[in-house]
Design a binder for this molecule. Sequence first.
Ligand code: NAD
Length: 300
Amino acid sequence: MAEKVGFIGLGIMGKPMARNLMQIGHELVVYNRSREKADELAEEGAVVAGSPREVAEQSDVVVTMLPDSPEVREVVAGEDGVFEGIGEGSLLVDMSTISPVVTKELAAEAGKKGVGILDAPVSGGEPGAVEGTLSIMVGGGEEDFERAKPIFDVLGETVVHVGEAGAGQVAKACNQIVVALVIEAVSEALVLGSKAGVNPAKIIDVLSGGLAGNKVMEAKRDFFLEHDFDPGFRVELHHKDLGIALAASREYGVALPITAIVSQMLEALKAKGSGDRDHSAILTLIEDLAQHRIGEGASY
Ligand code: NAD
């Protein structure tokens, strides 16, 4: 019999992930801070709990998909939190992107309670969550990984057990460095090309076939070309993630010069009121610096 799954955090990512689990027959108990999001899933058969504690009381496996470390700490270890309701032998799978330090703290506490814990952050964005094609990078014990594998296989296509507790979050920080820097590189290329009179759509088309081809250009094509920055992945979340990468860089003595610059660019976007826009809005900063909006007034 499929394990009873609890799901906490039903945002851009969590809601479609929860839906995918329900579609393969998992009985789901859900909780979200703003209740409407949970009610939507209740109409599709989920049971809505009144607190993270209640979710844990009714589940064998609890999955969390929350914004950042403070929310995960509150939901898991706070008042009426998961740790108050979870039984020995249950499993907690945190799929949020948070600090590996907080992950390790929670893992130590879970260990004392006889509760298994995995950090399993994801990449692939909203489309990956909807289609069940996420990349999932997992930290934690082998047995816990094997236990959660059937759940991961529903949510994702690439599932890798990268190491012990916290290792998943380290891999995710690496992922976020690459994505941010590629968005920055594509933005610079498109603004230069366009201001020099070349159609940015054609730049994407031709670059896609060579060594410069990348998934950012493919997935964010319309965001860039249409200036449609509805998220997707919010600027403030990516800023949070580069903060995690930069904190790790200090801890391990690894200079990350360009990551630091792009982190500052995300800071600037937040200051400009674009914190809730898609991270591809980095393009607009490069456009501001060039005094040129791609595609505008173009004769190409
Ligand atoms: P989101 O803000 O859309 O969703 C977070 C959800 O958590 C919201 O529904 C919110 O109401 C709920 N929430 C917040 N605090 C809560 C609390 N204390 N108790 C209960 N519910 C609470 O964020 P998202 O885009 O779904 O991202 C979730 C996580 O996944 C983040 O860590 C993010 O970095 C990561 N992530 C996001 C994407 C993406 O493309 N959106 C991709 C990969 C990873």
